[in-house]
Design a protein around this ligand. Structure first.
Ligand code: FES
Length: 123
């Protein structure tokens, strides 16, 4: 998934991109809202996180004042730079996604992982 031109992302400020995933299964088509958080400290290397909290899958946001990601469902807290759990019940860090810069664009390989378990296992 292309997130945009690398030069347009602010350094030191996490950025959230929402998108809709459409899955077709015979006669049934379902859509779900997904999101990715992207962060860079130098404009060269990027960190991308799956937008679902690893506890029960809620969407989380960035708390500018505290400098951490905050999940409103059960107040899980995650470190901005590493995704590590710094508070609340989440059983593991945020799920990192593969990210690269190609031809000046930031590309992320989106995947979902099982929620509520300590191990990072693809869903
Ligand atoms: S779903 Fe995020 S802390 Fe429970």
């Amino acid at each position: 998934m292309r997130l945009g031109e690398a030069a347009l992302f602010d350094i030191g400020v996490p950025f959230k991109r929402d998108f809709t995933e459409t899955i077709s299964d015979a006669w049934v088509e379902s859509r779900s809202l997904k999101s990715v958080w992207l962060y860079t400290e130098d404009g060269e290397s990027y960190t991308a996180y799956n937008g679902r909290c690893t506890h029960l899958g809620c969407g989380y946001s960035f708390d500018k004042e505290e400098g951490v990601f905050h999940c409103p469902c059960h107040h899980g807290l995650f470190d901005l730079k590493t995704g590590a759990v710094v508070g609340g019940p989440p059983p593991r860090p945020l799920d990192r996604l593969e990210v690269k810069v190609e031809d000046g664009n930031v590309l992320v390989l989106y995947k979902d992982y099982r929620i509520g378990v300590a191990e990072k296992v693809e869903a």
